[in-house]
Design a protein around this ligand. Structure first.
Ligand code: PEP
Length: 243
């Protein structure tokens, strides 16, 4: 199974900045000798996707950060973007990110509807699950994660990537330790099967990326802020080559 390196830009970089950064990324990837067993996926804001796609298509895949849950490919849904619309550019779509679950009150059912639309349009959902600090402290994290995964993946027939992103680890500089991640990986693989890629996200950076990717139980990483810094991006990509 390829190791995945997924860069989530969130609501960062205006179009001109996205173009400049994509050009830098393309140069960085070309300068690194990337082995064939890795896949780099860049997830820009919607508005920049067509530009980034053109610049990055020979070196990376594109992921969208979200998609409409509406069932139709077009229609009277102001502000929405359908999976069909984005499928000309993207191979992946992030769904169920905790920032959307918290800030926009997205439910497991919303996430599952989005996932079904993504699969119908021949893309792969990157389904995020994660517990709060409190839930981990009380030891209920595994049952919370499994419930979230079961409900959010309804109708997806395990054709997704599962991204374990503890809410307390995202953007905190406080990554989950390897044993904690492996515990969740085992539970996810037991539920979804070994063929379902399991990746980790939450304060991944140039210092911990290599160790995470080295683990056989972890099929890749989802990186937010550290992937927006070209120097860190470069170091993380190099670490995938074993440097
Ligand atoms: C994320 O939000 O998907 C994420 C992994 O963020 P960060 O790397 O900044 O913790």
């Amino acid at each position: 199974m390829n190791k995945l390196f997924i860069s989530n830009w969130k609501m960062n970089l205006a179009v001109t900045e996205s173009i400049d950064f994509s050009n830098e990324i393309s140069r960085t990837i070309n300068e690194n000798i990337i082995k064939d067993n890795i896949e780099i996926i860049i997830c820009p804001p919607f508005i920049s996707i067509p530009y980034c796609f053109q610049i990055l298509k020979s070196v990376a895949k594109i992921g969208a950060q979200d998609i409409s849950k509406m069932n139709e490919i077009k229609g009277a849904y102001t502000g929405e973007i359908s999976a069909k619309m984005i499928s000309d550019y993207a191979d992946y779509v992030i769904i169920g990110h905790s920032e959307r679950r918290t800030n926009l009150k997205e439910t497991n059912q919303d996430v599952s509807l989005k996932g079904i639309n993504i699969l119908k349009n021949n893309m792969t959902p990157i389904l995020c699950i994660g517990e709060t600090e409190e839930q981990r402290k009380t030891g209920e994290h595994i049952s919370i994660l499994i419930d979230q995964l079961n409900e959010s993946s309804e109708g997806l027939e395990n054709k997704m990537i599962v991204a374990y992103e503890p809410i307390w680890a995202i953007g905190s500089g406080n990554s989950c330790n390897i044993e904690q991640i492996i515990e969740v990986s085992s539970e996810v693989k037991a539920l979804c099967g070994n063929g379902t890629p399991f990746i980790y996200g939450g304060s991944v950076n140039e210092d911990n990326c290599k160790e995470l990717l080295y683990q056989k139980e972890i099929d890749g990483v989802l990186v937010g802020s550290a992937s927006l810094n070209l120097n860190s991006f470069n170091k993380m990509i190099s670490s995938m080559n074993g440097d």
